[in-house]
Design a protein around this ligand. Sequence first.
Ligand code: NDP
Length: 400
Amino acid sequence: MAKIICVLYDDPIDGYPKSYPRDSIPKLTVYPDGQTTPTPEAIDFKPGDLLGSVSGELGLRKFLEDLGHTLVVTSDKDGPNSVFEKELHDAEIVISQPFWPAYLTAERMAKAPKLKLALTAGIGSDHVDLQAAIDRGITVAEITYCNSISVAEHVVMMILSLVRNYIPSYQWVIKGGWNIADCVSRSYDLEGMEVGTIAAGRIGLGVLRRLKPFDVKLHYTDRHRLPAEVEKELNVTYHPDVESLIRVCDVVTINCPLHPETEHMFDDKLIGKMKRGAYLINTARGKICDRDAIARALESGQLAGYAGDVWFPQPAPQDHPWRTMPHHGMTPHVSGTSLSAQARYAAGVREVLECWFEGRPIRNEYLIVEGGKLAGTGEHSYSKGNVTKGSEEAARFKAS
Ligand code: NDP
């Protein structure tokens, strides 16, 4: 029988919800490209409930315990004395969400000789040292597409809130003011602007489709080009590299995975080549940007705004400069964990675990690493190597 460790974020500070603002969520069966939403044989949770926090347990306990497995659920993930690290020694499966990532470094893998499956309840498995997983023959899988549209919606919200200066205007209301000039002296229309995405995968393409009705000029760069009919439909300009795109764009949104090719891509040099007063939206991964270069660019005015929900490490320490830099629209990592998204990735986790325990293959599109190499979506969208370096700094959040 297997031991499964599931690392989830804490419950709300007022306790696990007893009710929700809405009674149901829409039921989707296919994603925009025709891929089916998760197809587990059964689920033991109500879609729309909070599943991603410790008490929600991703709806897994009954299923796993009925099969005789042991489930350990914890939010205590950082540092050598954490529950996560103490429980690792005999775990076969680790489940973690990118929002509250259980960093699976090579050192931690070395403490987990029985570990066979690292399962991401969400999208983005950069919190796992993929090179070490390749070397150790550990399977890494994620729930591809489960929250791509959730993020695409969030990106559109963040672009509009930065360009139109929404957050400071909202704060004037809370402060009891009516300071129109203060609100509008940083406020523009998005219409007519050049908007580009770094990567046009599931999220990037979702962003392009959602922005088309805003009458903006669309741009993208990606390792693989979109089909010609899609480029035509969206009237989107392809750029062979990031630099070509950022030179012409007023708004840049980052939608590629974090892997060695994309780590610290937005540094002082690249940001310096952007238009003065550009907006940068990063809901992909914090480490794709150089932390201090972003803060410097906002201070100098090279960037007019920066927004996103991804940081490095997570949770971000209290003194992380992105908490206090000017003209930012940061939130904790939430875009991919709406209640709607949680229902999909909890069902996807259940589907993968059913396959795992019944010896059936995991869907190819869910695979990142299998059999000692990048596989499935991992083969297409990632490159080999490790980007977990520095993740031990996440322990500073707990200490502060
Ligand atoms: P996809 O795999 O559909 O898309 C990723 C795209 O990035 C692919 O088209 C890939 O290209 C492209 N890409 C990879 N490397 C590069 C590069 N060096 N330069 C340009 N393009 C590159 O994934 P999603 O769109 O669903 O998700 C993307 C990322 O967003 C995730 O990996 C994750 O990090 C993040 N994410 C964040 C969430 C949040 O809550 N904030 C939730 C979900 C995801 P190709 O495959 O053509 O080679």
